[in-house]
Ligand binder design. Structure first.
Ligand SMILES: C/C(=C\CNc1ncnc2c1ncn2[C@@H]1O[C@H](COP(=O)(O)O)[C@@H](O)[C@H]1O)CO
Length: 276
């Protein structure tokens, strides 16, 4: 669409029209422009004009809108979820691996204790926890992530949200869960565990339980945390208390239930005991 006062192709004043008055202040929201800064087109013109390069679609301000929309969609989908636990674990755990059966028992047990199960919605350990939750008749949630190799949400997800950005998705895992249970996993799982530990350790969130399942798998990491990180003074002994390790599904669930109960008995947010 072209403007009444300029020729669309050249931005010059159209025949018989007055040029833009560059002696007048030009207001664009809070911005004031004068002389050479006075634009030759209005904001509406730029919005309604479909010609020209489309590079702006890939520019950061536009990206911010997409990021914002992921938060809005995620909050909207999960706001009424009720009590939930986020379960993490390897995307590569095969259905015949004992960890898969552990994930199924965990998913079912969490449902039995009144929790929805939130996972990354992918294959492996995520699928196992969703399967257990789904088959136990509970709420099985998958927060998928757009990856170059598309895997899609596993078939046991009943409520799914697909994210483009990892950080928006990670907010949902924390915001809507009463605790984290972590099955054996690789880099993705480690990232999720350590982000949770960091949030609790720095008191950026109300403390929540982080339970690692599979003691044999996690032993090497715990040894390193004690033998290297603690020994070097990069973490403190109390930081190690932020995680619990167990092989027992009932114990993992009991830890979350107990923490949930203790938190419910605490004064509500805003009374000085919680971090913003
Ligand atoms: C590797 C394969 C598929 C990957 N698909 C994923 N879908 C959803 N979420 C994923 C996926 N991969 C990683 N994640 C997240 O990280 C954790 C698992 O990562 P790990 O490196 O496998 O431990 C998991 O909790 C997800 O949130 C095809 O096999």
């Amino acid at each position: 669409m072209s403007d009444a006062t300029t020729d669309a192709a050249t931005d010059e004043p159209a025949d018989g029209q007055e040029p833009w008055d560059v002696t007048q202040d030009y207001f664009q929201g809070p911005v004031v422009m004068r002389r050479s800064r006075v634009p030759h087109e209005t904001t509406d013109q730029r919005l309604l004009d479909s010609r020209g390069p489309a590079d702006w679609v890939h520019a950061d301000p536009w990206r911010v809108m997409r990021i914002q929309s992921e938060f809005v969609e995620g909050f909207g989908a999960l706001a009424e979820l009720g009590p939930a636990v986020s379960v993490f674990g390897s995307a590569r755990t095969s259905p015949d691996d004992p960890t898969y059966a552990l994930g199924e028992r965990l998913g079912a047990g969490l449902v039995g204790a009144g929790y929805a199960v939130i996972t990354g919605g992918g294959p492996g350990a995520m699928e196992a926890a969703n399967k257990g939750a789904c088959q136990a008749g509970g709420t099985s949630v998958g927060l998928g992530i757009e990856l170059p190799f598309e895997t899609g949400l596993n078939e046991y997800v009943d409520l799914g949200v697909n994210f483009r950005y990892f950080f928006a998705r990670k907010t949902m895992f924390v915001k809507y869960a009463q605790g984290f249970v972590v099955l054996p996993g690789g880099f993705g799982t480690l990232d999720e565990v350590f982000e949770a530990i960091t949030l609790v350790q720095t008191q950026k969130v109300t403390s929540f339980p982080i339970v690692l399942m599979g003691s044999a798998y996690w032993q090497g990491l715990l040894d390193w945390l004690r033998g290297s990180a603690l020994a070097a003074g990069t973490i403190s002994a109390t930081d190690l208390d932020l995680i619990t390790v167990t092989d027992d599904v009932d114990e993992a669930i009991a830890i979350i239930v107990e923490s949930d109960r203790a938190l419910s008995a605490e004064p509500p947010e805003g009374t000085g005991t919680h971090a913003e």
